[in-house]
Design a protein around this ligand. Structure first.
Ligand SMILES: C[S@@+](CC[C@H](N)C(=O)[O-])C[C@H]1O[C@@H](n2cnc3c(N)ncnc32)[C@H](O)[C@@H]1O
Length: 309
């Protein structure tokens, strides 16, 4: 069989237009009982990711024309990706090594969490009401993974220098790809560090973090898709609060007097509120979904006992 006729055979059944192909893929993903929680929260969105991978087109170009006719190779590749997604339970973003966050495209693979923090909304659209974007000079992204928050912060705060740190050398390799792709080498510094350990004199206007926060005991109950993500990016001790504890304990030391700390803690929101009842957490609301993100000012953090006290 020639390559072309093999493509013909594999592509059989995949509609030739973008809208039809996405619906075709979504129907199959929906019927397979998969979990959708990796940047696309439904089978339709994941199908668009798979089609972007199959066609190698920029997302906006792909979505601009729902009646665009797909060639046989793209349809065959889509069928293959749908089968792989179902059989392997790997999130679509890993299969195509592309993810979209805050309106920007990122390279991703299994060295990093698939970007999905609701913080994207604040960085891409709303800004931070506590901060004057033009006055933000120094930002820290703690636990940068793919670098998505650091890159989005650099775009949101055009005058800022951004430090992006992670304990994982492998994650920092991926972050370096994304920082370079977005032309931000001169404004985003990548650092390997266990929480704040590698920092000295730095003082930030804004510290953002999407740390790991899944209790170890809950890890085995997660849908199979999560097995493909780095455990280091998800699990954080018996109660899920190890990383949050380290951040709350030390962040105040690295914030400027008017600085703020913004942390995603997802489903451990109520555990965080109960563990630090005296802290005046402000919990953000998101128009596009998502909960469990708090803001604290440097002044509020100063009310905590000093580390080691
Ligand atoms: C939930 S992922 C977030 C990645 C990225 N910021 C995002 O939003 O997609 C958490 C990240 O924190 C990193 N991390 C875990 N423990 C850490 C520690 N002790 N110090 C620094 N980074 C840590 C992990 O390697 C992972 O990249």
């Amino acid at each position: 069989m020639t390559a072309t006729s093999s493509n013909e055979a594999t592509a059989r059944g995949v509609p030739a237009d973008v809208a039809g192909a996405v619906d075709w893929a979504a129907e199959r993903l929906a019927a397979a009982g998969l979990h959708f929680g990796h940047g696309a929260d439904n089978p339709h969105s994941e199908s668009i990711t798979l089609l972007a991978g199959a066609t190698d087109l920029p997302l906006d170009e792909l979505m601009a024309d729902a009646s665009r006719v797909l060639d046989h190779a793209s349809r065959a590749r889509l069928a293959e990706l749908v089968n792989l997604r179902i059989a392997s339970r790997r999130p679509a973003a890993y299969l195509v090594q592309r993810a979209w966050f805050a309106g920007l495209e990122f390279f991703v693979d299994e060295r990093v969490l698939v970007p999905r923090s609701p913080l994207a909304e604040f960085l891409a659209e709303e800004g931070m009401p506590w901060l004057d974007p033009g006055a933000v000079e120094h930002v820290l992204d703690l636990g940068t993974g793919s670098g998505c928050l650091a890159v989005a912060a650099a775009m949101a705060f055009p005058e800022a220098q951004v430090d992006a740190l992670d304990i994982s050398a492998e994650a920092l390799e991926v972050a370096a790809i994304n920082v370079q792709r977005h032309g931000l080498d001169s404004r985003v510094r990548l650092l390997r560090s266990d929480h704040f350990a590698a920092l000295r004199e730095e003082r930030y206007d804004l510290i953002i973090s999407n740390p790991p926060y899944i209790p170890e005991t809950s890890m085995d109950a997660l849908p199979r898709e999560y097995v493909h993500e780095p455990r280091l990016a998800l699990a954080s001790g018996r109660d899920g609060l190890d990383s949050v504890r380290a951040i709350l304990q030390h962040a105040g030391l690295f914030l400027k007097p008017d600085g703020i700390l913004v942390v995603e803690v997802g489903e451990v929101e109520s555990a965080v509120a109960a563990t630090w009842p005296t802290l005046p957490f402000v919990w953000l609301e998101f128009a596009h979904g998502g909960t469990g993100v708090f803001v604290l000012t440097a002044q509020a953090l100063a009310t905590l006992p000093a580390p080691g006290a």
